[in-house]
Design a protein around this ligand. Sequence first.
Ligand SMILES: *Cc1c(COP(=O)(O)O)cnc(C)c1O
Length: 411
Amino acid sequence: MQDYVIDENGYYGEFGGAYIPEILHKCVKELEEAYLRIIDSPKFQRDFDQLLCDYVGRPSPLYHSPQLSERYGCKVYLKREDLNHTGAHKINNTIGQILIAREMGKTRIIAETGAGQHGVATATVCALMQMPCTVYMGKTDMERQRVNVKKMEMLGATVREVISGNMTLKDATNDAIRDWCSNPTDTHYIIGSVVGPHPYPDMVTRLQSVIGKEIKLQLLEKEGREYPDYLVACVGGGSNAAGTIHDFLDNDKVQILLAEAGGKGVESGETAATIHLGSVGVLHGCKTLLMQNEDGQVTEPYSISAGLDYPGIGPVHAHLARTERARVVAVDDEEALRAAFELTRREGIIPALESAHALAALEKAAFSTDDIVVVTLSGRGDKDLETYFKYEDQFKTKSLKTKNQFKTKDQ
Ligand SMILES: *Cc1c(COP(=O)(O)O)cnc(C)c1O
């Protein structure tokens, strides 16, 4: 049987590893030696479970969507990560990592952020644990995401403006790494997805795997069996997807459908469809698939959704795509917007634009009536309202056209 978990060298097949500057070897090694011992300890598990329950609001519901079920001719469940404190799955990871950092005796936290969601999730847990927090963010992103900058500052974090390169996520990451190099003993670097050098992809997967563990229990209760026929999730770096699928990877009855951001179309030049277009390279400390030109220059990704706008992909997903354990579809901006408006109108749930990509992926599969399909709704749409308002008129008419595909609830 194909192995989908990390090997002892930190690789998933040919992807992963730790490609880092010499000065960071000690920090990464220290983390590598500590994380499994801490995560498996009863103390960590007790603290983590308790905070996930009382602070985050877990378990998040598994909601059977009558409307989507009828639309797609199967049984659709939504895993409601949008109901977590701070409105997305990212808090699962930051809570876990700050507990690990504390156990390792670290007293200061740093993070990088693009759209600001990971920065806010990190600033939140730093307030909770009363630890100083510095978040690196590109100047361009700071201008685009004023509210998240203000939120982080209100939570007590210092937001450092990064003015090198394109002044976006890649540059913020470089500055965060530079900070870590200068403060290796007291500082823990909280990475926001299943990316970066080993052990981050595995550590973040384990922390997010609470999503899949809950799905198992909830399906057992609702359906009498602990696995679905399909798991569906969106992939930016890949943490909500990895957390959703981790505990099901060995069960070949479970099909995995992942949605990456097609942007304006895979061939348009304005896209973040890393798995469709990427080639092997090294990004942010790990070997993975990334979008690059012939000279190995990373190309600037584009998606309407800030959280999927990443030129790389977690090594686990590169491996799952390469071995065809997962099917990866590209969902473009328009398809995601349509899916977001549909869920809003049909179920009264405004999803994050990222999560809307997962919803739109349902269009690209053929289900049979007995199929149980679980879609991870990674976050809520509050942060995307400006974008939604901009396209509202366009999709109001579109959704009228598709209306007769639905039966309304009182029919
Ligand atoms: C950040 C974010 C994502 C993308 O990150 P992954 O690591 O791929 O999960 C997806 N959905 C939401 C709501 C996000 O905030």
